[in-house]
Design a protein around this ligand. Sequence first.
Ligand code: 3PG
Ligand code: MG
Length: 398
Amino acid sequence: MSRIPTLEDLPPLDGRRVLLRADFNVPLADGEITDDLRIRAALPTIQWLLAQGATVVACTHLGRPKGKVDDRYSVQPVRQRLAELAPGVDLLDNLRFDPGEEANDPAFVAQLVDGFDAYVNDAFGASHRAHASIVGPPQTLPSAAGRLLAHEVEVLGGMRTNPKRPFVAVLGGSKVSDKLAVIEALLGVADELLIGGGMCFTFLAAQGHPVGDSLLEADMVDVCRRLLAEHGDRIVLPSDITALGPGGALMKPGAGGDGAAGHVVSGGDGASGHVVSGGDVRQLGLNIPDGWKGVDIGPGSAADFGDRIAEARTVFWNGPMGVFEDPRFAAGTRAVADAVADTSAFTVVGGGDSAAALAAFGLDDRVDHLSTGGGASLELLEQGDLPGLEALRHAREG
Ligand code: 3PG
Ligand code: MG
């Protein structure tokens, strides 16, 4: 594989115009940015470019407007924040207002690069998408990876190929099917894979435990059974479960948009309305009766996962252990977050919901690397490469 060009590989930029693809797909609530990590993370690249004398025009997608102009996905809040953090840097309209972005339409690429002298990709979180703004510009412009993209690749790539051991990976989230490829990739490199979140019930079902009304992907039970047969010594499942009884309702997190990025679009579907309801909550073993729904790992499992994280030398965490947005079911995720914050291991947390959980607990500055990518960090772990990186490797020479 040829090398990915970095900023230093670009031709002289004094007086030149640089198109910067960033991932400013930030979570919004009522039109306000609730976490500006992805904007702040692009500043080292922006500052370097400005110091070279370049004019910087940034572009990003925001949410999934599906190729149509939609005011709910306006980048205006991002433009304002960017103007505060990096005065003088312009921001184009939401790339996904044009159907050519997701379709990787050459006409849209031509329109994007028009008038620019160089291209920089610092959009790690979107580099798993073969979209126009990610893979198109390197075909015609001298191009490079920005500081953020290069750092993410170094950290996640290093963890994949050369981790300090023991390497403990912790995966949560609701679906085995979404994470099957990353489960298999992590089983190829990690010493232990700790599984919580909704996906643990499909594994528990594969072991023959009744899971009651918990999340279950019936068509994935056989796959889980095979994974347990092949790697059972390294897969660590919960030993107890916190469950919600019949008639109980969850306090719902904001829905809408991409769950991983935690979008709550104002004026949308009442997404920010929280519902809190009663219902019995119990700590159960692994046999969950009908009518009961597992919603968090139990206290014994939380302690066990915490001990394993404490003894590790490398930890990767992606996905909450339970429905942490409901305070009754936050304990498992909280325990993992605390253990990740406290361990002396090198710690990497994938973006999306686990990053949101860390931020909610005020622990986001206690990890070695908080990735700005959700899907992208998982895909880089799975494949060792991303479409956006591949495009840069074949970029036009400056
Ligand atoms: C993300 O938030 O995961 C990235 O910005 C990519 O967004 P997407 O999943 O809508 O492509
Ligand atoms: Mg996503």
